[in-house]
Design a protein. Structure first.
Length: 145
């Protein structure tokens, strides 16, 4: 896991994945967008994978567990992520554990963590997030029309 964390810092990326075959890939999208893309287009990369991420909140944890990740390392992890990880038997480590994720440009809590607050399972997390992302995409398209 140290190798993945070093790569995360060295490449200044947002996510590092070592898949079940040992291939390491890096990703650069904001928030959970890389996990969303992997779940939608390359789910095999997450099955039995090890991942390193800058921040793991409940939303990212739910997506990772849903995708079949076996180990997670994060620089910052929300305590809200822990029940999902424990229940799934996903091994994890973190540099700093926080009560909730704060978005970098303010004192506001991460909206995704708030959106999935009532979710009890990884499947609920993914379903809730997909609904939210679909709604946001529709809003964006109607603004651009």
């Amino acid at each position: 896991m140290e190798t993945l964390l070093k790569r995360l810092r060295h490449d200044a990326c947002s996510l590092v994945v070592r898949d079940a075959t040992g291939n390491i890939t890096t990703y650069y999208k904001k928030g959970v967008r890389d996990l969303e893309d992997l779940l939608d287009h390359h789910p095999e990369r997450l099955r039995e994978a090890d991942i390193a991420d800058k921040v793991i909140g409940k939303a990212a944890a739910g997506m990772a567990v849903y995708g079949g990740v076996r180990r997670i390392a994060a620089e910052v992890m929300s305590s809200k992520a822990l029940p999902l990880l424990h229940k799934a038997g996903v091994s994890y480590q973190y540099g700093r554990l926080v009560d909730h994720i704060i978005i970098p440009d303010g004192d506001n809590r991460c909206p995704l963590e708030q959106i999935v607050a009532q979710c009890d399972t990884p499947a609920d997390v993914v379903k809730t997030l997909r609904h939210h992302f679909h709604f946001m995409q529709q809003q964006k398209q109607s603004h651009n029309s």
